[in-house]
Design a binder for this molecule. Structure first.
Ligand code: HEM
Length: 297
């Protein structure tokens, strides 16, 4: 959006620059005049007014900390949207055997993931008592119901019929979730690419039921060991998949710790046992074979 802000080397206002003191970047920086909607603005393009009208605290007052709680969840959902957009792109690039761009896009996803993890620090500035000022207003609402998070899990191969069955039939996102459940995952796109690169990926892996979770395969690990020993380019791609896997595990760990310090052993608003349930989701890699080969290298 730099177009709307002028250029860094725009002339200073003053004699000879042609700009007036009240127009430091020249006349071009003025908000244009004309009928609304006849020209593009920053706010119009980004729908800033609509975006800023979407934070609706439910508590009386409203309670001060509820704004942070809403904003941070909305920001997460936006990043989840972007990450899904990029993961889908990596799948397409792998299908087209464009490894360089797949690697580049993976790096973008990992950079976003770091932001996702770091953002939990902000939420940890909210004390347990501050959270309690509005918690009961959440009723049964919980990140548990984030369908984009489930979509991300599915895209990475962490599929679960149970996760789908928790949504009511009228949930608009159910269609997307079901589609992802049936679709090949990032891992399947990677294996198919590996096979086209000439590696002897076991047939059982190439034809696996993509609705099932990814199980470790000793035969596939043989192939991956060969990649790591002889193929620096593909090794880099494998390492980015490990980064992604580790990054998601890191988010889960930090989320549990944040939950433990905020609600302790209380159950979650989503109906689970809370931190105890969340601890059960830790340290479960998405791509087990990439972890399984480490001791052999
Ligand atoms: C004070 C802040 C938060 C608390 C106390 C909290 C608490 C919890 C609890 C207890 C659960 C387990 C399900 C349940 O019974 O509700 C859960 C799940 C979840 N939360 Fe949070 N959460 C917080 C903030 C966030 C934020 C900012 C996000 C970002 C989107 C988030 C995303 C999720 C997701 C995706 C799950 C499902 C995890 C899974 O099933 O593996 N949570 N949360």
């Amino acid at each position: 959006m730099t177009e709307d802000h002028g250029t860094p080397d725009a002339p200073d206002a003053g004699e000879g620059s042609g700009a007036q003191p009240d127009q430091p970047y020249g006349a071009g920086s003025r908000v244009q005049e004309g009928p609304p909607g006849s020209y593009l603005t920053y706010a119009g393009y980004l729908k800033v007014d609509e975006l800023l009208s979407l934070q609706e605290p439910l508590s009386d007052g409203p309670e001060h900390d509820e704004m942070l709680f809403i904003v941070i969840h909305q920001v997460y959902e936006l990043w989840f949207k972007e990450v899904l957009h990029e993961v889908d792109y990596v799948v397409k690039l792998l299908q087209a055997d464009d490894l360089a761009r797949a690697h580049h896009t993976m790096k973008r996803i990992l950079t976003i993931l770091k932001v996702l993890v770091a953002q939990l620090d902000i939420l940890e500035t909210m004390t347990p008592v501050e959270f309690l000022t509005f918690r009961e207003r959440l009723e049964e609402a919980s990140g548990f119901q984030s369908h984009q998070f489930r979509e991300l899990e599915f895209a990475l191969g962490q599929k679960s019929q149970w996760a789908i069955s928790r949504y009511p039939e009228h949930e608009p996102a159910l269609g997307r979730l079901r589609r992802r459940y049936e679709e090949p995952t990032l891992w399947d796109a990677f294996l198919a690419c590996l096979a086209r690169e000439g590696y002897a990926v076991p047939k059982a892996q190439l034809e696996r039921d993509v609705r099932q979770r990814i199980e470790p395969s000793p035969e596939l690990q043989e192939v991956l060991v060969e990649v790591y020993r002889n193929d620096p380019g593909l090794t880099e791609l494998c390492e980015r998949l490990v980064d992604l896997d580790e990054g998601l595990q890191e988010w889960r760990y930090r989320h549990v710790k944040m939950v433990e310090r905020t609600i302790g052993t209380k159950p979650g608003t989503g109906g689970s046992a809370g931190a105890e349930y969340l601890r059960g989701t830790l340290f479960k890699p998405a791509f087990p074979d990439l972890w399984g080969i480490r001791a052999r290298l």
